[in-house]
Design a protein around this ligand. Structure first.
Ligand code: FES
Length: 124
């Protein structure tokens, strides 16, 4: 079955599941089964350091390349405009985070392996 990522893209009217990407590589569709972005990332084996898991310590602070999030508990940590705390937020749009997709289960198309997507292209 072919999956067209453009069809799965978040749409405010239709409330499609946001696509969460790491350094531009799509890794998951965020849905209501995930209580937080951190839980969804851990489910995909993405390594995100965390401690309190409630927005108090800032250990999980992550840079947002593009997209937006909303918080279900207001964080006590000061954040820059391009940062989020995955432990207490959920994506409100497609989201690209500055995290390495290495070692996680990535979304692939038939005939393309995850290794081919993650490997940087070398110029000849
Ligand atoms: S783990 Fe402490 S703020 Fe996220």
């Amino acid at each position: 079955m072919k999956v067209n990522l453009k069809i799965l893209t978040f749409n405010k009217i239709l409330k499609k599941a946001p696509i969460v990407s790491l350094d531009g590589q799509p890794v998951l569709l965020f849905n209501q089964q995930h209580l937080s972005l951190l839980i969804a990332l851990e489910h995909k084996k993405v390594k995100v350091f965390s401690e309190c898991r409630n927005g108090y310590c800032g250990a999980c602070k992550t840079t947002i390349i593009s997209g937006s999030v909303s918080y279900h508990t207001q964080p006590l940590v000061t954040l820059k405009a391009d940062e989020c705390l995955p432990c207490c937020c959920t994506p409100t749009s497609d989201l690209d985070l500055k995290l390495s997709p290495e070692g996680c289960d990535v979304v692939t198309r038939p005939g393309i392996t995850a290794a081919q997507i993650i490997q940087p292209q070398t110029k000849s």
